[in-house]
Each structure stands twice: as structure tokens, then as C-alpha cells.
Design a protein around this ligand. Structure first.
Ligand code: PRP
Ligand code: URA
Length: 211
């Protein structure tokens, strides 16, 4: 199925690294490093449309004009906990980005999102926001996080994840047709426990070594 606001970032290095992220035998340390690296590679693509302005600088040879990214600082908003695992990777490419947080977990029984924390910079108008979570499963958590951002005055949002399920893409696109979803992979489906198949398991547990 074709989703208008879905961008699958198709790159051999991302595909390669994602294979080892999916592999259940990949140790925690390597898992985190790979997630970071994929996030960094994805950030390169996600920031492709950032506006530029010309400034004057002086090289050791002469004065010249050169390009810098214009506008206010970007805000990264990881959905706690697992979203934290991708922040450092994105910060490697956008070190000046601010970092907000939204704390949401999926109730294991109802699989509905439960929000417990929210903090973003106060002057959020005109800033570009990147909402971050490795997993888009039912879509409940990401839909709610984007809703809260909008409720707090945020206008420009992109959502990035590692793996999306068709069900999550459908739900997110319906709730937020104005937000582009960037993913490294679109998987087959959800299982009866609403985990992504084939997926990578529980992203938070694998990142933080919990169970
Ligand atoms: C995971 C994941 C997403 C959510 C996706 O978080 O990181 O936030 O589930 O599922 P959904 O699309 O069906 O809402 P989890 O609830 O396990 O919390 P954690 O990151 O604190 O482990
Ligand atoms: N949350 C995860 O961490 N993994 C899934 O497959 C679904 C939700």
C-alpha cells in the first residue's frame, strides 16, 4: 500500500545495520551503537530540505560568502524511553539542536499510550521539531506525542522511527496527515501482542538491558 506521508529511507548502510539491530543475538552495547549510527544516517536525509542563508566569512585566503542553515534551532523530541537511543546519533549531525522530552509508555494490557512527562523549549513557534521513536507499532504513542506537541503550539513536525508497521503508519497518517513519517523499514504487520513482525523486539528493553 502507498502512504503519501511515508518516506522509507532506502540506503545500503542503513539496511545492513538494521539487520544486526533486528538480530536477537546482537549484544546491548552493539545494539545501541547501531541504533545511533542509523539515526545519524537518517538525520542526513531528514534535514535535506532545511533552508539555507548566505553569510560572509573570511578564509585564510580571502573574504567570501558561504551557506549556513538558517532559522531557529531544531528541537529533537524523543519519546521516552526508547526514543532516547536515537538522540545522540541525530545530535552528531545537528549538535546545536535543543532536546525536549515526552514520556509515554504503552500500557501492556490495553496497549494504549500513557503520558507521564512533557518538556519542550518555551519558544517553539517557527522551530522545526523532529519527534523520535524507534518503533511505530499501533501508532498510539506517536499519535499522542504529536497531538501534545501541537497542543503546545508546535507547527513544524517530522516523525522519525527505525521500524514502522502498516497499522501504525495508517493510524498516524489519519491523525496527523500534515506530518511526514521517516522510517528505515516498513515491516509486515503486528502480532497478537501488538509487537512488530519481524521487528526487533522490545526496543526499550534491548537499549537499556531491562526485561
Ligand atoms: C515502545 C516504543 C514506542 C511504542 C510503540 O515504547 O518505543 O514508544 O512502544 O508502540 P505503539 O506504536 O503501539 O504505541 P514502550 O511503551 O515499550 O515504552 P518504553 O520506550 O519506555 O520501553
Ligand atoms: N514497542 C516495541 O518496543 N516493539 C514493538 O514491536 C512494538 C512496540
Amino acid at each position: 500500500m502507498k502512504y503519501e506521508n511515508l518516506i522509507i529511507i532506502d540506503h545500503p548502510l542503513i539496511k545492513h545495520k538494521l539487520t544486526y539491530v533486528r538480530d536477537k543475538n546482537t549484544p546491548k552495547k552493539e545494539f545501541k551503537e547501531l541504533v545511533d549510527e542509523i539515526a545519524m544516517l537518517m538525520a542526513y536525509e531528514i534535514t535535506k530540505d532545511f533552508p539555507l542563508e548566505e553569510i560572509e566569512i573570511e578564509t585564510p585566503i580571502c573574504k567570501t560568502k558561504s551557506w549556513v542553515v538558517s532559522g531557529k534551532k531544531v528541537v529533537l523530541v524523543p519519546i521516552l524511553r526508547a526514543g532516547l537511543g536515537m538522540v545522540d546519533g541525530v545530535l552528531k549531525l545537528i549538535p546545536s539542536a535543543r532536546v525536549g522530552h515526552v514520556g509515554i509508555y504503552r500500557d501492556p494490557k490495553t496497549v494504549k499510550p500513557v503520558t507521564y512527562y512533557f518538556k519542550i523549549p518555551s519558544d517553539c513557534e517557527d522551530r522545526d521539531f523532529i519527534l523520535i521513536d524507534p518503533m511505530l507499532a499501533t501508532g498510539g504513542s506517536a499519535v499522542e506525542a504529536a497531538r501534545i506537541l501541537k497542543e503546545n503550539g508546535v507547527k513544524n513536525i517530522k516523525f522519525m522511527c527505525l521500524i514502522a508497521a502498516p497499522e501504525g503508519v495508517e493510524a498516524f497518517s489519519k491523525a496527523h496527515p500534515d506530518i511526514k513519517i521517516y522510517t528505515a523499514a516498513l515491516d509486515e504487520r503486528l502480532n497478537e501482542k501488538k509487537y512488530i513482525v519481524p521487528g526487533l523486539g522490545d526496543a526499550g528493553d534491548r537499549l537499556f538491558g531491562t526485561k
